[in-house]
Ligand binder design. Structure first.
Ligand code: ADP
Length: 277
């Protein structure tokens, strides 16, 4: 069984724009997936399909084996949580606690269950001490974490995030990256859209490249150093790969991320007479 199965999905907006064109993809359970592509590629449109917010004009989508239909969408939304790009679209209650409790209460959980899931969700994102704080008093990064907690409180198996790193400062990005890593260790499948090739290269285990509503390719992170795809998707090589491109003999064996670079450097130091003058 896959976490998500997208079969020949086409979607047109009322304006006539075909935002997804005959898209097919399978995402394994437990994967950490980065969805990349230029603005207008169809990333948000695709993410909105995966928790039933939008329904395909053609084709079908299965979440953990169950097809999304208008009828099944509410149940599917308990399995797939979608975190919007702007936390202000998601975080609106009087206090952080009420905000995170909104989903569970809507699902008619008992107050005891609500207490348990909200406590765990706010603990997961490191925001428990702010539970009585009104969201408008929080920083952007803190609001983002509350938005994520609001999804976690519904205990989804799959967490989808639309550009989670956008507008966060570097420390905030590191916090969210650590949080997403932790959620994956807990067994959750994570799919996020991003423009950040460096983050995708060091975090993801699968990448999907979209352009003009079509799938360019999907596979492991080595695609991020495949210059033909990178160019076609209006991306650039990870900075570590660009650095190694300057080193003689290594321009054709580029590292994807820091660990990969360390492996290559280790080898280079063993051949240091050749590189260090
Ligand atoms: P991305 O997230 O990759 O930037 P989107 O999914 O937002 O791409 O958009 C895909 C295409 O659909 C673009 O051509 C965009 O202009 C169009 N689009 C997005 N939202 C709407 C809308 N509400 N009405 C009409 N067209 C839209």
């Amino acid at each position: 069984m896959y976490a998500m199965e997208i079969n020949n999905v086409t979607y047109r907006y009322d304006s006539g724009v075909e935002a997804l064109k005959n898209l097919s993809l399978q995402i394994p359970l437990g994967a950490k997936v980065a969805l990349l592509g230029p603005n207008g590629a169809g990333k948000s449109t695709l993410l909105h399909h995966l928790n039933g917010l939008k329904v395909p004009d053609e084709g079908s989508i299965k979440i953990m084996g169950d097809q999304i239909t208008k009828k099944s969408a509410p149940a599917i939304r308990r399995k797939v949580g979608l975190v919007f790009q702007d936390p202000d679209d998601q975080v609106f209650s009087g206090t952080v606690w009420d905000d995170v409790a909104f989903g569970p209460r809507n699902l008619h959980m008992t107050e005891e269950e609500v207490e348990e899931v909200c406590h765990a969700a706010l603990g997961n994102v490191g925001m428990l001490e702010y539970k009585h704080t009104p969201p408008y008093q929080l920083s952007y990064g803190q609001k983002k974490r509350v938005a994520i907690a609001g999804i976690l409180s519904m205990r989804p198996d799959i967490v989808i995030l639309d550009e989670p790193m956008a507008f966060l400062d570097p420390a905030g990005q590191d916090e969210v990256a650590g949080l997403l890593q932790g959620l994956n260790y807990m067994g959750k499948t994570i799919l996020l859209s991003t423009h950040d090739v460096n983050f995708a290269a060091s975090w993801a285990d699968m990448v999907i490249l979209l352009k003009d509503g079509e799938l360019l390719t999907a596979g492991d992170i080595s695609l991020l150093i495949d210059e033909s795809y990178i160019k076609e998707a209006n991306l650039h090589l990870p900075i570590i790969a660009r650095t190694f491109k300057m080193v003689p003999d290594y321009a054709d064996a580029l590292p994807i991320n820091e660990q990969d670079a360390y492996r290559i450097l280790f080898k280079m130091f063993n051949e240091k007479d050749k590189y260090i003058y």
